[in-house]
Design a protein around this ligand. Sequence first.
Ligand code: LLP
Length: 387
Amino acid sequence: MELQKYIERFKVTETPFYFYDIDLLKETFSEASAQISTIPNSTLHFAVKANDNATILRYANEYGFGIDAVSGGEILKAVEAGIPGNRIVFAGVGKTDREILIGIDHDIMCFNAESVPEIDIINKLAAQRNKTARIALRINPNVDAHTHKNITTGLEENKFGIALDDMVDVIRRIQALPHVSYHGLHFHIGSQVLEFDCFVQLCHKINEIQDRLEALGIQTQSINVGGGLGVDYEDPMGHPVADFKGYFQTFREHLRLRPGQSFHCELGRALTAQYGALISRVVYVKQAKRKQFAILDAGFTDLMRPSLYQAHHKALNLTSDGKAETYDLVGPICESTDVFGQDETLPATRRGDLIALLSAGAYGHVMASTYNSRPLVGEITSEDIVL
Ligand code: LLP
């Protein structure tokens, strides 16, 4: 990610704000596109929940990506960016009637359905519109993603998906209802997954499921393996682009797709994390009894991941090249969890210095809040800056 190039603009911009490097976005999208194209009949759905910035959605459309939406609002944002309904999938355990109607009215590719009551409601609402809605059934495969427990989704104790034991009955039910059709299967084991063996296990599970369904004469048109590909938070400059090659190779080698079947995945973090940074200013440097604190004007209201998941975002001081010192990097919010890093080594840091928290392009701005009546953090892209 290029930051120094933009420093003069950063110095005069009100902080904190998110900065997005569009050159890196394009490089990432190109690589993801090239690698998924090694799997026939495949579509990459960008998980909007990671970053719903209009510029990114515009690029997602330009690269021919589909969308993974988890709310009616996300469907509308995708449609506004020009993405056609037939490239949108809609997931979520608690879709409301209003949101389901948004999906039906935009003729989305499919609803990733998670329960019998949801399927019944989709059938009822599609009948009102005199349409048939396609359903991909989200299966809980009980595969451990070996990631933080708060972002693990594919275990039996998680609220997501339909249990394997109930799968056939639920498919039969979909087939019996007049205004829904059985389209495919959907999975998602978790996020920030770095051990590809977890995806291999998922492939084996899907292969077993497919054999079982085939023996019963059930035809499945699409297989959606969800998202989850992780990024390098500790060395974002060294690894600016995620390992799309290894990820898609895993599915190419281990997933047995049937002739004519389409392959889908829903990546969020891997597509956007590394091209975003949260830029903030040091308000005070405070020497306490045991610690030296660099207090930023950004807090967990702007970047929640460290407080919520004990995540670590690499910090850079963009305006100092002084001797290295040790700081706890904290925000201004009146809560003890408002900490970005402990014992961070940074060049000697003073009031007014600009600090960049890297790898913040995914689950950064979208999770920001106005707690403490703070203004919602802004966003600028490299395309907004004239050099
Ligand atoms: N598909 C489904 C059904 C999902 O639930 C998610 C993410 C994705 C795809 C995209 O996953 P990704 O490729 O981005 O790993 N806020 C957390 C991450 C929550 C992920 C929620 N689901 C964080 O900041 O780490």
